[in-house]
Ligand binder design. Structure first.
Ligand SMILES: [Zn+2]
Length: 56
């Protein structure tokens, strides 16, 4: 089992062995949206927030 580290709460985030770059996942601890930004070393970052701000 691979583990990344949540940049938001520093909790270990379990990843599948076949995880791919730019895969999106969710931190099981704090629920933040994460993106795999590097595979070697395995690095997670907060996924870019998509602000759907229609009609402004
Ligand atoms: Zn977290």
């Amino acid at each position: 089992m691979l583990n990344g580290i949540c940049p938001e709460c520093a909790a270990p985030v379990p990843l599948r062995e076949d995880v791919v770059l730019h895969e999106f996942l969710t931190c099981p601890e704090c629920g933040v949206a994460l993106e795999v930004i590097s595979l070697s070393p395995l690095t997670l970052d907060r996924a870019p927030q998509v602000e759907e701000d229609w009609g402004e």
